[in-house]
Design a binder for this molecule. Structure first.
Ligand SMILES: CC(C)(COP(=O)(O)OP(=O)(O)OC[C@H]1O[C@@H](n2cnc3c(N)ncnc32)[C@H](O)[C@@H]1OP(=O)(O)O)[C@@H](O)C(=O)NCCC(=O)NCCS
Length: 179
C-alpha cells in the first residue's frame, strides 16, 4: 500500500490547481457545495495539511489563528481547524487520522487547538481531542454573545496549553461566524 505523505503549505503559497484539489476533496467528503468558496474565507497565513498518495490529494485540514479565552484568563493563541476531509474513496484507511496527527505535532506556536464538529466527535476523541462541556459564547465589541445551542466544540491540548477547566465558560472572538 502506498504510504500517505503529509505536506504543509500556507494558503498564500497554494497554487490554483492545488486549491481546486482541496475544494474537490472537501465537497466530495462533506457533500456540501459551499466548499467551493473555502478560499474566500481563509487568510493568507492559513496552514494546510495535505495528505497525498503519490500525487493524489486524498485528505486535508487547515489551521487558522483565532483567540480562545477561558473565563477571564489570558487569551490563548488558538489553531482553529476547518475543512477536515478525506475523499470518500479513501476513507477508513487512517489518512484523516494521519493528517490530524501531523497537524497536532506541527503547530508549536499555538497555545491550544479548537474545532467544531457536528457528528465526528468520536473520530477526534480517538486522537486526543476533548469536548468542551461548559458554556460557550462569542466575544464582540458589544459584549458576550451566548451560543447555548452550540454543540461539538472540541479542543486539543498542546505543549503550551495552560491548565483548563472544561466545565468553565469558553469564548472566542466573533468573526463573520462565532464557532
Ligand atoms: C471524518 C473523516 C475526516 C475521517 O477521515 P478518514 O480518513 O476516514 O479517517 P481514518 O481512516 O483515519 O479514521 C477512520 C475512523 O474514524 C471513524 N469515523 C469516521 N467518521 C466518523 C464520525 N463521523 N464519527 C465517529 N467516528 C468516525 C471511522 O469509523 C473509522 O473508525 P475505524 O478505524 O474504527 O473503522 C472523513 O470520514 C470525512 O471526511 N468525513 C466526511 C466529512 C467530515 O465529517 N469531516 C469532519 C467534520 S468536522
Amino acid at each position: 500500500m502506498t504510504p500517505l505523505t503529509v505536506r504543509s503549505t500556507r494558503t498564500a503559497d497554494l497554487p490554483e490547481e492545488v486549491r481546486a484539489e482541496v475544494i474537490r476533496v472537501c465537497i466530495d467528503a462533506h457533500q456540501v457545495e459551499d466548499f467551493k468558496n473555502l478560499f474566500s474565507f481563509l487568510p493568507p497565513d492559513g496552514l494546510h495539511f495535505l495528505g497525498y498518495l503519490d500525487d493524489e490529494l486524498v485528505s486535508h485540514a487547515v489551521v487558522t489563528t483565532r483567540w480562545l479565552q477561558q473565563e477571564n484568563l489570558p487569551l490563548m493563541k488558538t489553531g482553529y481547524i476547518d475543512a477536515v476531509a478525506t475523499a470518500r474513496a479513501h476513507q477508513g484507511k487512517g489518512y484523516g487520522s494521519a493528517v490530524m496527527r501531523s497537524l497536532a505535532s506541527n503547530i508549536p506556536d499555538y497555545d491550544i487547538a479548537c474545532l467544531e464538529t457536528s457528528d465526528a466527535s468520536g473520530f477526534y476523541a480517538r486522537l486526543g481531542w476533548e469536548l468542551w462541556r461548559g458554556a460557550l459564547a462569542g466575544r464582540s465589541e458589544d459584549g458576550l454573545i451566548p451560543t447555548p445551542d452550540q454543540q461539538g466544540i472540541m479542543i486539543l491540548r498542546l505543549p503550551r496549553t495552560p491548565e483548563l477547566n472544561l466545565d468553565s465558560l469558553l469564548t472566542v472572538e466573533v468573526q463573520g461566524r462565532i464557532w
